[in-house]
Ligand binder design. Structure first.
Ligand code: MG
Length: 459
């Protein structure tokens, strides 16, 4: 007790505070190469509304975070992060790190800003960027990669990070504690296995809708050779194209390799059932985002109709309440949380626990810009401290833009190697940040005509 008092006094003698929340509009001109192209997003420019949190602590690292967008509107996301700045500037690090659950509550509960959501869309993604930056700062100061920092917490400490409002009809704090306590035995052994073997991954790189058949075939063959456990291809443009592309892919990967399909919200419910049925001969493992991400009952109907093809969704699920209902309604076989779509680390911990309660495997969404770097930490934490298993788990991987990050993901034999560098993996290299700042970074000066959007180039 006396030691705690002493520590508190010592910390109060040198209060370190957050002094800056700096934002950046960073965009990569990926649209001309059709990377990321799918049935709904034909020309994405992978972008980040990026935030750096700075402090006045001596020798303190910075906290880096971002939310992912696909081009136009990234400036709106940046403005939303700017709107959160007054809630963060001047707060002491002790106050924040002693109660990260409370800090999260301050950001999502602001009495005026919450009207923009609540807890959904642009303002909630902005919360994610700030919350994730604070977790990055925390992990760097503790000298641990985030997955390790989280998995070293006690079940009680983890539960204190969560907001159970709107969840208790599906998951109570006591149930969350039980799930976390049940995962304690074997945790050290799982951590050793994680260090030795990494975390299983699948790849979406071959399957962008804009790629030629030859490129699809070559990349699909490469994915098998590289040791991935699954491949995913985009569908939902033209049915004849999907049939041809599925046939090519199946021929290349063989009958036993898992092939997932991703429709990116393209269909109405009946159309999803019909279209997936037409592709069933190619034995898809899952159909992803078959319809609107808000349509819980629609997903449930699709799931009932297309079984044994599994239904997966989550990269556009707005918050933990949508995930709760997807689980309660028996609407999904696979839960695909995203590191930056919901309110950051805290809300994703709640979603991992919800999935564990309902026995649904989590296969996170990644790719984009830096999403692999972030979400790997949450998947590894799930394995160590929540679900305790790799059964039917696989983490998305897309092979581009990693070179712009200070601590890029490492893939070995189709598996994510456990990160060892302290932090959340969000730190972008300063030279990349400068070059891809929109619209005046040097990369945009060199971008092909048409990549700088009308009305923005002359700013
Ligand atoms: Mg997807």
């Amino acid at each position: 007790m006396s030691r705690q008092v002493t520590q508190t006094k010592t910390r109060r003698a040198t209060p370190a505070r957050i002094t800056a929340v700096d934002t950046y509009d960073i965009r990569f001109p990926t649209s001309h190469r059709l990377e990321g192209s799918d049935a709904m997003h034909s020309d994405p420019d992978y972008s980040a509304a990026y935030v750096i949190i700075r402090t006045d602590a001596a020798n303190s690292p910075e906290g880096h975070g971002f939310c992912f967008t696909i081009g136009r509107g990234n400036e709106v996301e940046v403005a939303a992060i700017d709107a959160l700045r007054p809630l963060v500037i001047g707060r002491s690090l002790d106050e924040i790190f002693d109660d990260l659950g409370g800090f999260y509550g301050i950001l999502v509960g602001d009495s005026q800003l919450r009207w923009l959501g609540p807890e959904k869309g642009v303002i909630h993604m902005a919360v994610a960027a700030v919350v994730n930056a604070v977790w990055d700062l925390h992990a760097k100061r503790e000298g641990k990669p985030l997955w390790k920092l989280l998995s070293d917490l006690t079940p009680e400490q983890i539960v204190a990070l969560l907001d159970f409002r709107y969840l208790t009809d599906a998951l109570t704090p006591d149930e969350a504690l039980d799930i976390l306590r049940r995962a304690l035995p074997g945790k050290a052994e799982r951590e050793s296995r994680l260090h030795a073997d990494g975390y299983p991954a699948y790849t979406t790189s071959p399957g962008w809708l804009g790629y030629s058949d030859d490129r699809l075939a070559a990349l699909a063959g490469g994915a098998v050779a590289d040791g991935f456990t699954q491949i995913k291809i985009k569908v939902g443009g033209e049915l004849a194209d999907d049939i041809r592309r599925c046939r090519i892919t199946r021929q290349v990967i063989g009958p036993d390799f898992r092939m997932a399909l991703d429709a990116n919200q393209r269909w109405d419910v009946a159309e999803a059932i019909e279209w997936t049925g037409r592709l069933a001969e190619f034995a898809p493992y899952w159909i992803e985002e078959p319809t609107s991400p808000d349509d819980i009952l629609g997903h449930a109907a699709i799931r009932r109709a297309v079984a044994p093809v599994k239904v997966a969704t989550g990269e556009h699920a707005a918050n933990r309440v949508i995930f709760k209902q997807l689980l309660q309604a028996g609407a999904i076989d696979i839960l695909q949380l995203d590191a930056c779509r919901v309110g950051g680390v805290n809300e994703n911990l709640a979603i991992l626990l919800l999935a564990a309660k309902f026995g649904i495997p989590v296969c996170p969404h990644a790719g984009g810009l830096g999403l692999c770097e972030l979400v790997q930490h949450l998947a590894m934490f799930d394995y160590l401290a929540v679900s305790g298993t790799l059964q039917d788990r696989t983490l998305e991987y897309v092979d581009h833009l990693h070179e712009h990050f200070a601590d890029p993901v490492v893939i070995r034999k189709g598996r994510y190697a456990a990160p060892t560098v302290p932090g959340f993996g969000a730190t972008m290299r300063p030279e990349s940040r400068r070059a891809y700042t929109y619209p005046h970074g040097s990369a945009w000066d060199r971008a092909p005509a048409g990549d700088v959007h009308p009305g923005e180039a002359s700013e």
